[in-house]
Design a protein around this ligand. Sequence first.
Ligand code: ZN
Length: 354
Amino acid sequence: MNTEREHQKNLITRRALLEGGGLLAGSAVFAHIFSSPLTAGANALFARPGALSARAAAALAGYAQQGAGAAPANQLAAMRAQMGATPITSTKLAENLTLLAGPGGNVVVLHGPDGKIVVDSFVQPAWPKLKENLDAMGNQPIKLLIDTHWHFDHTDNNARFHDAGAMILAHENTKKRMSESHDLKPLGMHFDPSPANALPTQTFKERHAMKANGEDLELGYIPPAHTDTDIYVHYQKANVLHCGDVFFNGMYPFIDAETRGSITGQIAGADKLLKMADNNTKIVPGHGPLGDKAALTKYRDMLIAARERVQKLKSSGKSEQEIVAAKPFADLEPAWGKGLFNGDAFVGIVYSTL
Ligand SMILES: [Zn+2]
């Protein structure tokens, strides 16, 4: 059995293979997400998507139409393994502030005598490597974990942090969303309610401020954008802004309509974050390389163009498939289409939230 077939077998049920119908627009989403073999060290998910066979894409699309079943758990496991195998890279943002990137959403660690304060937590398989990196920053305890939103590639190690003695702070909707079960249909993933030790221990509604390790932190709610659980974390002295998944730097974003995300909210969220930044602000996206105000502005402008074009075609009565076929993002593709989603998939995401 070759790798491609083993890969497909891992990801999709026999039933989905047998019943998988023709390609629908959304299948491009799957083609991109499940595009790379689960090789160790693969930095595939956000870095270098390849091609999945049309047959597999069709099967996955067929699966998505069928709703929940055995496959989503496998897809979650596959993504955990794939992301978890990505090495961690470390970038110093300030004397006591470090960006860790790789196996999931970008992590920022504030360290010092008051203990470590960590934003986001990577996926479960990355815990030993993450713990090693945290330990190397000094022997102060891990005091607090902050979740930027409920998605698993940001909250997957909540229980590990909790069991290591940390408090977990998030928006109140993150606790609510993590307490529910979810089927993220565009990703073909099912989530059970999180266990009690993975839930935030402290929540806020609008704003939460704190001082630690000589830094002033401000956490604020971003009205439904990528999800309805999004917050920013602003390190005011270091002039660093963590945006969570309201900012995907250099790639089309995922927008989670299931938990009230929308393209319009994503644009408003980017605008809100831009108002907090100056030309020297280091802007940490949920995914992608460290950015700045210029990068976030480009991203916001791309979102505006994407919304306008899809809205215009949708208002003229065109179906999702017709809009995908019209390739409205052709000129955006070289700059934005090489990450998690290509333009066809992103048309589907934008269309679904308009
Ligand atoms: Zn997310």
